[in-house]
Design a protein around this ligand. Structure first.
Ligand code: NAD
Length: 339
C-alpha cells in the first residue's frame, strides 16, 4: 500500500514510516518541520533502503495539500500524525493548537473526500479519558473534557472523525489512543527530538544522565500508588508504530468502519520504577529529587488492551528495560552527532 503520512518526520511518524516499509508498504511524507528536522529523512531512507517522497508543507495550506494529493493520486490510506503536542504550551497558545489540530484535520478530511481516500488512521491520546474513576481504561470508559486545549483538540478531532466517517460512505477510520510512547529505534538512527526543556519523563531522564540537565524532578510522592509516584502506561515507540501498520491493514479488510483502540502495554509503571529500569538497563546513576505534585498531572492511568489484541491482533512485545535502554542509546547517538 501507498500510505500518506502527515508528520512523518516526527517522533512517532518516523518510526511508523520505518515499520510501514518493513511490512512491504510505501510512504509519502508531509511535514512542515515545525517540530522535526530535515536530517530525519536521510536517516530514515538509510534505514528502509530506498528514497521516500517528501513534501515540506504545512497542512494548514489547503491548496498545497491538494497539489500533493493530485501528484500522488491514488493513495491507499492516510496516517495523520501532524499536530502540535505540547500540553502546557497549548494553555498559552490555544488558537495555534485549535488551528493546527482541528483546521489541519479538516484540511486532511477535505482531501479524503476530494481524492477518494478509503482509510484513515488518527493519532489520538489517552488524555481523552482524563483521570478515570477506574483503571485500567477500556475503550468504553467515558471520555471527558480536558483541562487543556491540546486535550480538547484530540477529543474534538475524534468527534469530527467519528461523525464524518459514519456519514461519508467509502471511508474507514481508526483512532489510536496512545498511552505514553518512549524509547527509540534499535538502530539509534531515529528517535525523539525534544525542542527546549522536555516536558515528558523519558527525554528528561536521558538528558539528565547525559549532563544536559542537572537534576530530574519527580513530581509528587503522595499519590495513592504503590510507591507514591504517578503511574503511566509506557509503550515502546516501535510497538506503537507497528500498531499503525496493523490498523491500516485492518481497514483494508473492514471498509467503512470506525473504531477506537487503546494502544498501551496493559501495565502501569510508577516514575520510580522507570528510573530504576533506566539505571538497571544502562548502568547510569540518575540524579533526581522528589518535589511536590505538578498541576494538571493525573494520578494513574493504564490501558486495558483486550480490544486491540482481539480485533487488530496487535500486542506490545518490548519491555520497560528495552524502552529505557533504547532511549539512552539514542541520546548517546544524538550527543555524538552534536560533538
Ligand atoms: P512530533 O512533534 O514529534 O511529530 C509531529 C510532526 O508533525 C512533527 O514532525 C511536526 O513538524 C509535524 N507538524 C506539526 N504541525 C504540522 C503542520 N501544521 N503541518 C505539517 N506538519 C506538521 O510528535 P509525536 O510525538 O510524533 O506525535 C505525533 C502525534 O501523536 C501527534 O498528533 C500527537 O498529538 C500524538 N500523540 C503523541 C503522544 C506523545 O506522547 N508523543 C501521545 C499521544 C498522542
Amino acid at each position: 500500500m501507498k500510505i500518506l503520512v502527515t508528520g512523518g518526520l516526527g517522533y512517532i511518524g518516523s518510526h511508523t514510516v520505518a515499520e510501514l516499509y518493513r511490512h512491504g508498504h510505501q510512504a509519502v511524507i508531509i511535514d512542515d518541520l515545525s517540530n522535526s528536522s530535515r536530517q530525519v529523512l536521510p536517516a530514515l531512507e538509510n534505514l528502509v533502503g530506498t528514497n521516500i517522497p517528501f513534501y515540506q508543507l504545512d497542512i494548514l495550506n489547503q491548496d498545497g495539500l491538494a497539489r500533493v494529493f493530485e501528484q500522488e493520486f491514488p493513495v491507499d490510506g492516510i496516517i495523520h500524525f501532524a499536530a502540535k503536542k505540547a500540553v502546557n504550551e497549548s494553555l498559552q497558545k490555544p488558537l495555534i493548537y485549535f488551528e493546527n489540530n482541528i483546521t489541519g484535520l479538516l484540511n486532511i478530511v477535505r482531501c479524503v473526500e476530494d481524492f477518494n481516500v478509503n482509510n484513515l488512521v488518527f493519532s489520538s491520546s489517552c488524555t481523552v479519558y482524563g483521570q478515570p474513576e477506574r483503571v485500567p481504561v477500556t475503550e468504553s470508559t467515558p471520555t471527558t473534557r480536558s483541562v487543556t486545549p491540546y486535550g480538547n483538540s484530540k477529543l474534538i478531532a475524534e468527534m469530527i472523525l467519528e461523525e464524518y466517517t459514519r456519514l461519508h460512505k467509502g471511508l474507514g477510520t481508526v483512532m489510536l489512543r496512545y498511552f505514553n510512547p518512549v524509547g527509540a529505534h534499535e538502530s539509534a538512527t531515529i528517535g525523539e527530538l525534544p525542542i527546549g526543556v522536555p516536558a515528558n519523563l523519558m527525554p528528561f531522564i536521558t538528558q539528565t544522565a547525559a549532563g544536559v540537565r542537572e537534576r530530574l524532578k519527580v513530581f509528587g510522592s503522595d499519590y495513592n500508588t504503590r510507591d507514591g509516584t504517578a503511574i503511566r502506561d509506557y509503550i515502546h515507540v516501535v510497538d506503537l508504530a507497528d500498531a499503525h501498520v496493523k490498523a491500516i491493514e485492518w481497514l483494508q479488510e473492514h471498509p467503512d468502519e470506525v473504531e477506537f483502540f487503546n494502544v498501551g502495554t496493559g501495565t502501569g509503571q510508577t516514575v520510580l520504577e522507570v528510573i530504576e529500569s533506566f539505571e538497571r538497563s544502562t548502568g547510569q546513576k540518575l540524579n533526581y529529587e522528589i518535589v511536590g505534585r505538578r498541576e494538571g498531572d493525573i494520578e494513574q492511568i493504564w490501558a486495558d488492551t483486550t480490544k486491540v489484541e482481539q480485533v487488530l491482533g496487535w500486542k506490545a512485545t518490548r519491555t520497560l528495560d528495552e524502552m529505557t535502554s533504547s532511549a539512552w542509546k539514542w541520546e548517546c547517538a544524538l550527543r555524538a552527532q552534536k560533538s
